[in-house]
Ligand binder design. Structure first.
Ligand SMILES: Nc1ncnc2c1ncn2[C@@H]1O[C@H](COP(=O)(O)OP(=O)(O)OP(=O)(O)O)[C@@H](O)[C@H]1O
Length: 258
């Protein structure tokens, strides 16, 4: 389970400070896929970086499986997987070497790693090119190795930043199936994406961010009720059109805040 509590981050700049994330709170249960959505610059990536412990919050905290990122950053890293399709592979290593390398980084024993690599290779259909240098793999093959890598330490929590960016229909379907697999395995998943059509299909619940704040939260049905819009795209456009003050007048009973 992920608990994000009042996370705030101010970037200090010489001319003007940037309030990138402003008191964001939300929770994601095991077996739930949460879509963290928002326009460019809304604060999504900054939020993910703080949950991962890569960036220190100005205030607030995040908790994964009972561990606070402020006091137990290493425990968090062991429990969180990260998928970003833009992430590259070590070109000169083979997928098997990469998987063993990351297993070692995460403290997975050699024997466990061997078993896990066998299972993940079957799951992502990478067995036939496990021992080829990564530089020779196609984009889709590299993507499947990346997915296997993100699961090598069997984390209960997965963070996904633009997982389908640059992928064709087949590549995107691999990601869709992967997210279904994560849900079936009872993992807590956060997906950040600009593909609202995909998010609608993929996610169980949504948090819509704008200018660092969480403005709406709920299932698609709940968001439809609050906004009188049908699709996530319409909801999103309404959010961008709504002046800040007006948006904040949404009754607390309608805005599902945890
Ligand atoms: N290191 C930094 N220094 C200064 N400002 C930053 C820094 N990192 C992010 N920001 C600013 O914080 C705000 C939020 O950025 P963030 O990358 O979290 O947004 P995002 O929602 O992930 O956007 P996108 O969808 O474009 O990736 C933006 O105004 C951005 O310019």
């Amino acid at each position: 389970m992920i608990i994000v509590k009042d996370l705030t981050r101010v970037f200090e700049a010489s001319n003007q400070d940037v309030l990138a994330v402003d008191q964001i709170s939300f929770q994601v249960q095991q077996g739930e896929v949460y879509g963290l959505l928002g326009p460019n610059g809304a604060g999504k990536t900054t939020t993910l970086r703080m949950i991962l412990g890569l960036l220190k919050p100005t205030s607030g905290d995040a908790e994964v499986e009972g561990f606070l990122v402020s006091s137990h950053p290493d425990e968090i890293k062991r429990r969180v997987g990260l998928v970003s399709t833009s992430a590259g592979l070590y070109q000169w290593l083979t997928p098997r070497e990469i998987l063993f390398f990351f297993a070692d980084v995460y403290g997975v024993s050699k024997q466990q790693a061997t078993e896990r690599i066998r299972a993940l290779s079957r799951l992502f259909d990478i067995t036939t090119f496990l021992d080829r240098r990564s530089a020779t793999l196609s984009t889709g093959q590299k993507q499947r190795v990346n997915l296997a890598r993100s699961l090598i330490h069997n984390p209960p929590v997965m963070l996904m930043d633009e997982p389908t960016r640059g992928l064709d229909v087949v590549g995107s379907k691999v990601i869709f199936d992967y997210i279904d697999h994560l849900r079936d395995e009872g993992k807590a998943v956060i997906v950040c994406t600009h593909r609202l059509d995909e998010a609608e299909q993929l996610c169980d619940r949504f948090g819509l961010m704008h200018q660092g704040k969480k403005r709406y939260e709920g299932t698609l049905t709940e968001l439809q009720e609050v906004t009188s819009c049908q699709t996530l795209t319409q909801i999103f456009l309404q959010l961008l059109d709504t002046p800040f003050e007006q948006d904040e007048t949404i009754p607390a009973t309608q805005e599902k805040v945890i």
